[in-house]
Design a protein around this ligand. Structure first.
Ligand code: NAD
Length: 445
């Protein structure tokens, strides 16, 4: 099939590349010339494992190309996939200006039948609005469909090639058939539904996963108070098939380009229809609070952190990505700087992106984990990069001025801490001091 993918970000680029890998003819479009130039020179503007190799293979095979010329790309394709960004507006609503602009541009290029797919995450009703905008300019008929994306950054290629399910929201049998044929090589789990339900499935899925994370984080906070271990609790809960073990990892809260914005957008979508989504509002509040536990624990260890040097490991919102959008590191580092701390930070690949968005000169960006930890009064682990997991505690002990460790991702176990001098705080587990668990709190009944 001949496809045009509009927007070559994390979703558009990965989808386009994977569809070309399946043998389709794919033109990826972006309106940022610099991005397209990079791609045409064999470089990849984002970090995703396996992506570079697939781009090289499929461009060489002549199945994949990159352009800024949306008109030509749409004109030459049967299926048009819109994957532009839908970031949050200051009021939490989804910003639909990119998608509306793309829709108008696509409309001008529709001179024969097309299937137009919205892959971007959009509020209920947006597909209908997009179809309206396209039809203002189109000179031929088209059908439209909502096919939301569920990939995760860091494993985007693997997720795209092995999806749990494909949701196709459309009223058109022809579009449903064409899109089923396109996705069939990926999975048999294809559900055809109506457009509004499809749009809602995406928000509901992300809101549910965010709820699971905030839930386990609150359980973790209670575990700390009652002397239980959240890792054990999550394991026991996850063995129940009705619950499942995924998204039960306690930490410093979710971040990234999806959960924060999609939870806010769903609260807005509900609110516009006079529905107060109380549960989701709490999920968001719990998530925001969870980040500040790092500061509370640091203050517990160091007292006043004014003038103290704090090492930070990890700026990306999760490992294997250079995406820092809504990463917990922003608020944590901001709070540290506000309190007068000197911050030294290291991330294997996300420092440049973080620096661009943070606009803060106060951080010292380091070239290695060692440099960030060296002579610091405490070290905070904010992203569970494998590089950090592989570093023995004995090295960290040598590097730090005082052995204070805040492990926001629970990368170390109690056994790892045995026979070490660390004052160690993790999430939802007892504090450790000099290799010994802090005594259990006295419980009241
Ligand atoms: P992104 O910001 O990384 O990429 C969007 C791209 O679209 C940019 O390269 C931008 O230059 C381009 N663009 C914008 N307007 C354009 C236009 N008119 N013509 C051509 N190109 C245009 O965004 P993303 O992370 O890939 O997300 C895209 C959508 O997918 C969002 O709605 C997001 O919520 C959703 N989504 C994202 C993820 C994720 O993990 N990133 C997962 C599932 C769904």
């Amino acid at each position: 099939m001949r496809l045009a993918v509009i927007g070559t970000g994390y979703v558009g680029l990965v989808s386009g590349v994977c569809f070309s890998e399946l043998g389709n003819q794919v033109i990826c479009v972006d309106n940022v010339q610099e991005k397209v130039n990079l791609l045409n020179n064999g470089e990849v503007p984002i970090h995703e494992p396996g992506l570079r190799e697939l781009i090289a293979k499929n461009t060489q095979a002549g199945r994949l190309s990159f352009t800024t010329d949306l008109y030509e790309a749409v004109n030459n394709s049967e299926i048009i996939i819109i994957a532009v960004g839908t970031p949050s507006l200051p009021n939490g609503k989804a910003n639909l200006s990119y998608i509306e602009l793309a829709a108008e541009e696509i409309g001008h290029a529709v001179h024969d039948y097309k299937v137009i797919v919205v892959k971007s995450t959009v509020p209920v009703g947006t597909n209908e609005r997009v179809a309206e905008l396209i039809s203002k300019h189109a000179s031929a008929s088209f059908d439209f469909a909502s096919v939301p994306e569920f990939l995760r950054e860091g494993t985007a290629v693997r997720d795209t090639m092995n999806p749990d399910r494909i949701i196709i929201g459309t009223l058109s049998d022809k579009a449903a058939d064409m899109l089923t044929e396109l996705h069939r090589p990926l999975t048999d789990q294809i559900t055809i539904t109506d457009v509004r339900s499809s749009e809602m499935i995406k928000y509901a899925s992300n809101a549910f996963l965010a709820t699971k994370i905030s839930f386990i984080n609150e359980i973790a906070n209670i575990c700390e108070k009652v002397g239980a271990d959240v890792e054990e609790v999550a394991k026991g809960m996850g063995m129940d098939k009705r619950i499942g073990s995924s998204f039960l990892k306690a930490g410093i809260g979710y971040g990234g380009s999806c959960f924060p914005k999609d939870t806010q957008a769903l609260i807005q979508i509900a609110g516009q229809m006079d529905y107060d989504f109380k549960l989701l509002k709490s999920v968001v509040e719990v998530n925001r609070d969870q980040r500040f536990n790092v500061i509370r624990k640091l203050e517990d260890l160091l007292g006043d952190i004014n003038g103290k040097t704090i090492g930070i490991w990890g700026l990306a919102f999760k490992p294997e990505t250079d995406d820092v959008r809504d990463a917990p590191a922003f608020e944590i580092i901001e709070a540290l700087i506000e309190r007068g701390a000197h911050v030294k930070a290291y991330d294997p690949i996300a420092s440049d992106n973080f620096n661009k968005s943070f606009h803060g000169k106060e951080i010292l960006y380091c070239d290695s984990a060692e440099e960030a930890a060296l002579n610091a009064d405490a070290l905070c682990i904010l992203t569970e990069w494998k590089e950090f997991i592989d570093i023995p505690l004995s090295d960290i002990q040598l590097w730090l001025k005082t052995p204070n460790l805040i492990d926001g991702r629970n990368i170390y176990s109690e056994e790892d801490l045995e026979n070490t001098p660390f004052a160690y705080y993790s999430v939802g587990r007892p504090k450790m001091n000099n290799g010994v668990r802090e005594g259990k709190p006295i419980l009241t009944f």
